[in-house]
Ligand binder design. Structure first.
Ligand code: PRT
Ligand code: MG
Length: 220
């Protein structure tokens, strides 16, 4: 049996065409079903639905053989788990799905460039503390990081923070909250992650899936 870990929503939706290229169809709609294990048209392949942030954990510990996860989630996971995650998680493909960017945003009118120039200590709220810490450390900007689990946009509006580090795709969420993007930290897309031990044990089947995914990735 091959187990693929996916999160509901954009990652699930955008992985479906890649699975189709491997001849795999998921037989239930996760938005309608309450099941957490979804059968596919292939008797030896199933999909497990987990929280987006849990995908690397499932694959690292072998709860799933493969998974699809955002680079944001993967980098935060690796920062928490260090070498043990690197040894267990093989990352063969950038799937170029669920694309967005990680950015710094501040309230409209806040002089971010000035604050950075003056060496002010910035309060930054984010779910992505490892990515934010490394980014500001490399810039030589002093920051106090405040970890949040969601609705980062609210932090500067309530005085909790001067700035946020969050994912941006259309920019509509920032605009609706009168925030402006002041720096792009990195481009984000989703990656295929594979459990190293599973790859050895189920080499042929997993290779077939990796190759089919590789052939179905959208060109630039
Ligand atoms: O939502 P939940 O708490 O269940 O989990 P999650 O947010 O981790 O999962 P999900 O499914 O929302 O995101 C999964 C992955 O999709 C992320 O890890 C990213 O790699 C990728 N992705 C791509 C995005 C976005 N685009 C995105 N726009 N993830 C989140 N957003 C959010 C962003 O955080 C912000 O709140 O959408 C809002 C901004 O969107 P725009 O279009 O208004 O700019
Ligand atoms: Mg979300």
């Amino acid at each position: 049996m091959i187990t693929l870990a996916l999160s509901k929503g954009r990652i699930f939706d955008e992985t479906m065409p890649l699975l189709a290229a491997a001849g795999i169809t998921v037989l239930e709609d996760p938005e309608k079903s309450r099941k957490l294990i979804l059968p596919t048209n292939q008797d030896d392949v199933r999909v497990v639905l987990v929280r987006a942030t849990d995908v690397p954990t499932y694959v690292q510990y072998g709860g799933a053989d493969l998974g699809v996860t955002g680079l944001d989630t993967l980098l935060e996971h690796s920062a928490d788990w260090g070498a043990s995650s690197g040894a267990a998680l093989y990352q063969p493909l950038d799937l170029r799905i669920a694309r967005c960017r990680m950015s710094v945003a501040v309230p409209d009118g806040f002089d971010y460039a000035g604050a950075v120039r003056q060496g002010s200590r910035l309060r930054v709220a984010t779910k992505y503390v490892a990515i934010a810490r490394e980014f500001f450390a490399n810039k030589g900007v002093h920051v106090d990081l405040i970890k949040l689990y969601g609705s980062m946009e609210l932090a500067p509006l309530t005085g909790l923070a001067d700035a946020i580090v969050d994912l941006v795709s259309t920019g509509n969420t920032l605009k609706a909250n009168r925030l402006v993007e002041v720096e792009r930290i990195m481009d984000i897309s989703s990656r295929l992650v594979v459990n190293q031990a599973a790859l050895k044990l189920k080499q042929a089947r997993i290779r077939t899936i990796i190759d089919a995914f590789a052939g179905a990735i959208r060109p630039e």
